[in-house]
Design a protein around this ligand. Sequence first.
Ligand code: NDP
Length: 258
Amino acid sequence: MSDHRDVLDGRVAVVTGGSRGIGRAIVQHLARAGATVVIGDLNEPSDLDDGGSITCAHLDVATEDSVVTFISEVVASHGNLDIVVNNAGIMFEEPVVGHSVDRWTKALAVNLTGPFLMAKHAAEHLAARQGIVVNIGSIEGYACNPNHAAYAATKGGVHGLTKALAVDLGPMGIRCNAVAPGWIDTELNASYIDSHPDRDKIVDALAKLHPIGRIGDPTDVADVVTWLAGPDSAFVTGQVITIDGGRTARPNLPSALW
Ligand code: NDP
């Protein structure tokens, strides 16, 4: 285990969807570990406050031209690209019967084609630098909440893509892993809680689904991503690491029993 904080000194990282939520926590953790970080997002955050090691450039991961332009700009500005974190994602509720094909296609484009395009166009730069790709999957890549067909399908796809990238890009010296977060407190799922008349009750019930007794924080994910982006995980590739407070380790029981 490295014993210094600057394990990512001299490394250049990009984090898609890094303006808020889990992505923002990852950006801050990577910068704290010494990396120069470029956020690629549809919108720039209003509060970049780190003294210059974090910048932002426009990126729509669902559009190949935008991905190509973004990666070229990062390499032109910083000289290298070492770490790609594919974090941008969207989620919505829609039942399978009557599901809009447009929304299905949009979910695929952002959640699955996005990470593919980023890896495809970053690979030549990553190869020169023993580069790293970290994808953000989900426990919904293993199982599915009601009305989440598109989301679960894309996240299962992200887990599969992670293995494909590890296999295809491994000979180029590139490692690729994913994390599969459980319930993390961000705007992505806040509407589920906020729309309920008794928010505290729902937070309490959610916490009880987790053996460790709480839902996740973006920093829980950022800690693991930073480890995967650094030298301490040098022999780890093609893996999906679950970060869910033990939620998927415990099969459901009737609530009256616990
Ligand atoms: P948020 O909705 O809080 O943040 C997502 C970010 O991605 C936003 O900044 C958003 O921009 C950006 N984004 C959306 N579409 C694009 C695009 N086409 N190109 C570039 N950026 C885009 O999500 P979370 O932080 O909660 O989630 C981050 C990742 O973690 C996602 O992949 C999600 O699926 C995954 N995840 C989240 C969990 C959770 O419980 N929160 C659990 C498991 C996985 P804008 O604001 O402009 O829309």
